[in-house]
Design a protein around this ligand. Sequence first.
Ligand code: ATP
Ligand code: MG
Length: 273
Amino acid sequence: MSEVITIANQKGGVGKTTTAVNLAAALAQSGKKVLLIDADPQTNATTSLGFNRNDYEYNIYHVLIGIKKMSDVILPSKFKNLDMVPANIGLVGVEKEFYDPNKKNRELLLKKAIKPIKENYHYIIVDSPPALGPITINSLGAADSVIIPIQCEFFALEGLAQLLNTINLLKKSINPKLAIKGFLPTMYSSQNNLSKQVLEDLSHHFEDKLFLTKKKEVLIVPRNIKIAESPSYGKPVTEYAKKSKGAAAYVDLAKSIVKITNDDKKLAKERAR
Ligand code: ATP
Ligand code: MG
């Protein structure tokens, strides 16, 4: 069983890439086979794992325009159990190709490309760009579920209704099974009243869609300098600063995700009986 989880929020700088990279790394560290797909022309996820432009010739762009297969562009990372599909700034150009009215099923190009390799991984994590354009639609079209990082700052919930609306439309059309895995409060600072307010608002509106720790507390990602530093070392925080609070949060998130997967499997089995 394999699961595609897309990290999405059209708001910029909320912790999507940070979550994609560190969740992928934490799942891989726990022994799961993981593929991280960078579907953002900014290529931040690619750089965060220490890849630079000279390390690869082809990338997700070539897959989406149909000249390469997904298996052609997968790179093994320096980290155990973790592979990567890199992006490139050229991905910006793909938006034009998507708008080609003669192309059929252009919202499902990523899903189709993933299909042949999907079962090679326990989890495939997709990092998406800060827009609700064709790349994000493809990233959501390919997903079994979506994680929505919410930055614990002013305007945190701004634009959320539009994102939820888009997800609902996709459920009604190209991806009926798309589930919201959860909302993830990011960059939380306990000294900041605004952070507390955002968390209260989230708990009020989406209580059953927040991740929980083992102690049944709401899982938040704290504002943590090690998280911000780690990409410049080409490492996830779980490798760069294993004992940091930032690393602990992403390890907890990975555990929570694995638990949800296992609970879902159990439920499906019971239902089948
Ligand atoms: P974009 O919309 O541009 O793709 P994003 O949603 O992917 O942005 P990130 O790049 O993950 O957001 O994070 C934005 C910035 O905040 C980065 O500099 C990142 O290092 C920093 N950051 C993210 N999470 C944390 C955290 N928990 N603590 C401290 N800094 C963080
Ligand atoms: Mg990003």
